[in-house]
Design a protein. Structure first.
Length: 198
């Protein structure tokens, strides 16, 4: 019996290297997952105008120059004083005044220079407005001190209306007109005005 088992074991070891091995599954899964991720999301560049009008959930309003926005708070300055307002306290933010327009999607604007020119931002009837609802606040990547940011958008499903989303691209700059923040402070509704990079 021992002899039979040892012969069986030796024949199994001897024949395995001659067998064709199947292609590993993991790399192809990773590739398909990367392709899927690229198809599911889209990144667009957005610009924040200089002045913010903040409506609080308490019913009060405050204004100031836009400094920074992250997933916890909005930072504005007024008459030399800087203040942070928790997103949980904010109902909506409307942006006005001047806005920095980057020359292309590779530029992040902090101040006016040869790559970022400043224009007066006034909403008029000619502007086509795009409204994006229920976007996670974490999808907005704003570098500290910058006036432009990247916004990651989920690709809409076939059931959703795609006309507005399809109009958004990095060929234009998308100016943030307003933000509405949900009760949790984690989801936002963004009103964008796509404008040419002139």
């Amino acid at each position: 019996m021992k002899r039979f088992l040892s012969i069986l074991l030796i024949s199994a070891v001897a024949t395995v290297p001659n067998m064709a091995l199947s292609t590993p599954i993991l790399p192809s899964l990773l590739l398909s997952q990367q392709d899927k991720e690229e198809n599911v999301t889209q990144k667009i560049q957005v610009a924040f105008p200089d002045f913010a009008v903040v409506s609080l959930k308490s019913g009060n309003r405050t204004t100031g120059n836009f400094i920074d926005l992250n997933n916890r708070s909005l930072i504005i300055s007024f008459k030399g004083y800087t203040t942070g307002i928790s997103l949980n306290e904010i109902k909506s933010i409307e942006f006005k005044d001047k806005v920095l327009i980057p020359a292309d999607e590779t530029v992040i604007c902090q101040q006016s220079n040869n790559q970022c020119h400043q224009v007066i931002f006034t909403q008029n009837q000619e502007h086509k407005i795009t409204v994006l609802e229920n976007i996670p606040m974490t999808n907005l990547s704003l570098f500290q001190g910058a006036k432009t940011a990247l916004l990651t958008l989920p690709k809409p499903s076939e059931d959703e209306e795609t006309e507005n989303i399809n109009d958004l691209s990095n060929e234009n700059i998308n100016i943030i007109n307003s933000l509405e923040i949900d009760e949790s402070g984690q989801l936002i509704t963004i009103t964008l005005i796509p404008t040419q990079r002139k």
